[in-house]
Ligand binder design. Structure first.
Ligand code: IMP
Ligand code: MG
Length: 178
């Protein structure tokens, strides 16, 4: 199977405008609190970089990475950290920054793992929500865009480590066999 870059789903100006809106809401909700952004590598890196620079309140940041297995593999192999958080999480107001919530398995497990470290509060900000694909319910307190069931790339999201640098979000298309 071969793939190519398909049509734009969300333009760079649309992303910029939505990041402003999300940052505005987060700045109000977390004013006077002890905000710690937890950026989920690698896909959320670009979103995190734009979001945190648009916040109007102080915050700290840390980074985690998760290894997840597709739904096709053993349901016993739950997503786990390949890089856990470095800083203490107890009594912090944690906002997880994610690229996309698809089946929900990664985010649900991440919340469980972070919850076990006794934060004062825990919420999720995801740029994208592929809501139709959900298998496990998981809250998204701040959602950028709900998107249809398509594989998307750009603005941090990859296919085989490609396309992360694109300023917009595009659909990845299958090239028809000749
Ligand atoms: P979930 O555990 O099924 O919710 O998977 C979430 C992870 O799958 C995301 O953090 C992405 O790394 C990856 N993913 C799911 N859908 C897409 C997509 O359309 N494009 C790129 N990565 C995706
Ligand atoms: Mg990913």
């Amino acid at each position: 199977m071969r793939y190519r870059l398909g049509p734009t789903l969300i333009t760079a100006p649309e992303i910029r405008a939505r990041v402003q809106e999300l940052a505005g809401m987060i700045s109000l909700d977390y004013a006077g609190r002890d905000l710690l952004l937890i950026c989920v590598l690698k896909g959320a890196a670009i979103f995190w970089a734009d979001l945190c620079r648009t916040l109007r309140i102080p915050c700290q940041s840390d980074f985690v990475a998760m290894e997840s297995y597709g739904a096709a593999t053993s349901p016993l192999s739950e997503p786990r950290f390949t890089k856990p958080a470095d800083v203490a999480l107890a009594d912090r107001d944690i906002l997880i920054v994610e690229d996309i919530i698809d089946t929900g398995h990664t985010s649900a497990r991440l919340r469980e793992l972070l919850r076990a470290r006794s934060p004062r509060s825990l919420a999720t900000c995801s740029l994208l929500d592929k809501a139709e694909r959900r298998q496990v319910a998981t809250p998204i307190e701040y959602c950028g865009f709900v998107i249809p069931n398509a594989f998307v790339v750009g603005y941090g999201l990859d296919y085989a480590q490609q396309y992360r640098h694109l300023p917009h979000i595009a659909v990845l298309e299958r090239i028809p066999e000749a």
